[in-house]
Design a protein around this ligand. Structure first.
Ligand code: SF4
Length: 163
């Protein structure tokens, strides 16, 4: 059975920077949970950051640039949390490999988990196209990353892998 690495906050765990969760709450998602497919993982908490924590944004590029050392991740107070984000991304990839997950379902917009949009690094609420650090690392390793708005695409890909 194919496993799905999933952002812990989407699975209902209260791990976000503000101490909240973002449960998907869709029948398909709950079906995967009941099948035992879901592997919840939070890169930021696993990387060593607390709950709650200061909001952080990628400054100077996207997740791939952070992996390449040309962009950093800063909090709204100016603290540098790049190392924690990188550690969390590496642990996410290790978890995917250990569990055999070739699919990830990650929270859109996050500097770790975003797959289409991230905040623009100005802490003004502006967004730009881009991926988070964990997403970028998983994609480089060949793992297909989806966001929570496209569960049907996850199901289609699952079906492709299993047949
Ligand atoms: Fe959710 Fe990912 Fe942020 Fe953790 S790092 S709270 S899993 S979006």
């Amino acid at each position: 059975m194919e496993r799905i690495l999933v952002s812990s906050c989407l699975a209902g765990l209260r791990v976000r920077y503000d101490g909240a969760a973002k449960p998907v709450g869709a029948d398909l998602f709950e079906h995967w949970r009941a099948e035992g497919r879901l592997v919840p993982f939070c890169p930021e908490v696993s990387g060593g950051l607390p709950i709650p924590r200061r909001p952080a944004e990628i400054v100077g590029g996207g997740g791939g640039d952070v992996l390449d050392g040309t962009a950093r991740i800063l909090t709204d107070a100016g603290g540098d949390v790049t190392d924690e984000f990188l550690r969390g991304a590496r642990l996410a990839l290790e978890t995917a490999r250990r569990t055999g997950a070739r699919i990830a379902l990650l929270k859109e917009g996050s500097p770790s988990c975003g797959s289409h949009r991230i905040y623009d690094g100005t802490f003004t609420g502006g967004r730009q196209p881009g991926t988070g650090v964990t997403t970028a690392l998983l994609q480089r390793a060949g793992i297909e990353v989806f966001d929570e708005t496209d569960l049907e695409a996850v199901q289609t890909y699952l079906t492709t892998l299993e047949h």
